[in-house]
Write a protein that binds this ligand. Structure first.
Ligand code: HEC
Length: 98
């Protein structure tokens, strides 16, 4: 009996955990950024504001300003995961990004 109660408590806790997880991210119906920890202020702010769509927009502006020609200078893949090269962050900060 005790076993049964504690099992169902765990189940309830797990359900609550999943529910709050899935509602916490994503603003304004946009796909949220994949990253949960950010190393740059630029992308962090953009992701908080408008998810990946906003992040893309600020990255494009950043590239124009810094005259970087391709997203692939830093990302090995684009949507949906935007995998980065090892030196992506270094390139970003070297170019003057924060
Ligand atoms: C100078 C290097 C550099 C270039 C060029 C670049 N990015 Fe990024 N990008 C980064 C870095 C570094 C991050 C991670 C920032 C962080 O951790 O705060 C990032 C993160 C992102 C993210 C957030 C990913 C997520 O879901 O967590 C998106 C979207 C993105 N970039 C899109 C683009 C697009 C689209 C382009 C081309 C228009 C581009 N980037 C060009 C360096 C770059």
């Amino acid at each position: 009996m005790i076993k049964l109660i504690s099992a169902s408590l765990i189940a309830i806790a797990a359900t609550i955990g999943i529910a709050s997880y899935s509602t916490s991210s994503a603003s304004a119906g946009e796909a949220p950024c994949k990253a949960t920890e950010f190393k740059t202020e630029l992308v962090k702010a953009a992701c908080e504001k408008g998810g990946q769509k906003e992040a893309k927009a600020v990255m494009k502006t950043f590239m124009k300003e810094k005259k970087i020609k391709s997203c692939n200078a830093c990302h090995t893949k684009l949507a949906p995961n935007y995998e980065m090269k090892k030196d992506a962050l270094k390139q970003f900060t070297d170019a003057g990004g924060k």
